[in-house]
Design a protein around this ligand. Structure first.
Ligand code: COA
Length: 406
């Protein structure tokens, strides 16, 4: 089976986003409106808002960050529409979950054309945001004093101990993930950070929760992204170059890390990626670019193992060797035998930014732009056919995987 033989679930006929970063002067509903407008303007043959039959939005913390509720009402006013609008909260996977819900609605035949959006306004809470993010952890983890960098630091320490016995090259590899993603963002006009950092600079950045340092972390960000999805049969009304979603999968597991069999892999990534490969008949060998949820660099390494790209415990070696062999290239691929996989070609969460509810939608925006050859300065030079988007919530209690093709 090749990707273009797989029957599509939905067609992406438009996609848009805002810049990510510290956007002090924009309200959350304004960010979502701006992303939606740029999405509608991207539709090649044009679309009128009255053609949108429903909206699916994702966000995590707007009630805490902006004392705001009932987003469907706010967005009904912004869009001038009275159609069904639903909100999904699934922590950092709120965006991916909104796309999953939209795909279900299209699969069911309920709607033909829908708008999907994700947004977050994190900087309005300044020093309280670390606590707010802990809504996505087990209350006992919050009670024990953990923050998200602390939880991922526990996973990273265990990974380094179990699979490298503390070898320096393993710590270097987890710093290289950050250097690579910052390097990929250099030409991304929307990215929060467009600066190069060497692996040495990552390892010398301020300590946040040992062994996690500032430059292992995704930042605190504001931003929004949006997509227009249609049933595949109607795509040609809007564009001659739709990008198709050929798999949409979601898996769930415990919120807490202390009840899990393993804290060096994410069960939901395994379940959702296995289901996506089964649904399409594809394997990791068919994927050319992946938008991976690198909230902390250890998560990108775990994805490479949980998706089957590298064997368990060996991603750090693959990362290290790939970076050493390919640093300086416009995009640094992960090499495994004959396969090359480019991960986070626009900088990922690390450098593009991570306004949590927007991220899953931003990932699909980036994959859409890359597959259409319209990703601007960060366009991957090789011809692309297939992309995978991986979005997780919390420490992996929920994961969505979407596979896209031209
Ligand atoms: N990566 C790169 N640079 C970062 C950064 C990051 N993650 N976070 C902040 N910076 C930069 C700032 O731009 C600033 O640079 P400047 O001095 O040139 O202006 C500098 O570092 C200090 O910024 P500040 O906002 O004071 O940092 P902070 O110490 O308050 O926050 C973290 C840093 C890592 C604690 C914060 O980014 C964080 O909590 N990240 C994780 C977010 C998270 O948990 N998300 C959910 C994932 S599941």
């Amino acid at each position: 089976m090749t990707a273009n033989q797989v029957k599509p679930i939905a067609a992406i006929v438009g996609a848009g986003r805002t810049k990510f970063g510290e956007l002090w002067y924009d309200d959350p509903e304004r960010l979502l409106f701006d992303a939606g407008l740029s999405c509608m303007e991207s539709v090649d043959k044009g679309i009128h808002r009255n053609q949108l039959e429903a909206c699916f939005f994702g966000s995590f913390l707007y009630q805490a960050t902006n004392k705001m509720g009932l987003v469907p009402g706010h967005m009904s006013k912004e869009l001038g529409l009275n159609v069904p609008i639903t909100m999904t909260e699934a922590a950092c996977a709120s965006g991916g979950s909104a796309i999953y819900s939209a795909c279900l609605a299209l699969r069911s035949g309920q709607y033909d054309t829908v708008l999907v959006g994700g947004f977050e306004k994190m900087t309005d809470r300044s020093n309280k945001i670390s606590d707010d993010l802990m809504f996505a952890a087990d209350p006992s983890e919050f009670g024990a004093g953990f923050t998200f960098p602390g939880l991922y630091a526990t996973m990273m320490s265990r990974y380094i101990y179990d699979y490298s016995e503390g070898k320096q090259e393993c710590e270097d590899a987890l710093a290289m993930v950050s250097s690579k993603n910052h390097h990929h963002a250099i030409k991304n006009d929307f990215a929060q950070f467009r600066r190069e950092f060497t692996p040495e600079a990552v390892k010398k950045s301020s300590l946040v929760a040992y062994p996690i340092r500032l430059l292992h972390c995704s930042p605190v960000s504001d931003g929004a992204a949006a997509l227009i999805l249609t049933v595949p049969e109607k795509a040609s009304m809007y564009t001659d170059t739709p990008i198709y979603i050929i798999s949409s999968q979601l898996a769930t597991h415990d919120v807490s890390i202390y009840t899990r069999e393993s804290i060096t892999s994410i069960k939901t990534t395994k379940l959702a990626s296995t289901a996506a490969f089964k649904e399409t008949g594809l394997s990791y060998k068919d994927i050319q670019i992946a938008e991976v949820h690198d909230c902390f660099t250890i998560e990108e390494a775990m994805f490479l193992e949980d998706s089957g790209y590298y064997k368990k415990g060996e991603a750090w070696k693959g990362i290290y060797e790939s970076y050493e062999a390919n640093k300086g290239l416009k995009h640094v691929p992960y090499v495994n035998g004959q396969n090359e996989l480019i991960v986070n070609p626009g900088g990922g969460l690390k450098a593009d930014g991570h306004p949590v509810g927007a991220t899953g939608v931003r990932q699909v925006y980036e994959a859409w732009a890359q597959l259409r050859g319209q990703a601007g300065g960060q366009q991957v030079e090789e011809k692309l056919d297939t992309a995978l988007c991986h979005n997780i919530g919390g420490t992996g209690a929920i994961c969505t995987v979407h596979i896209l093709r031209r």
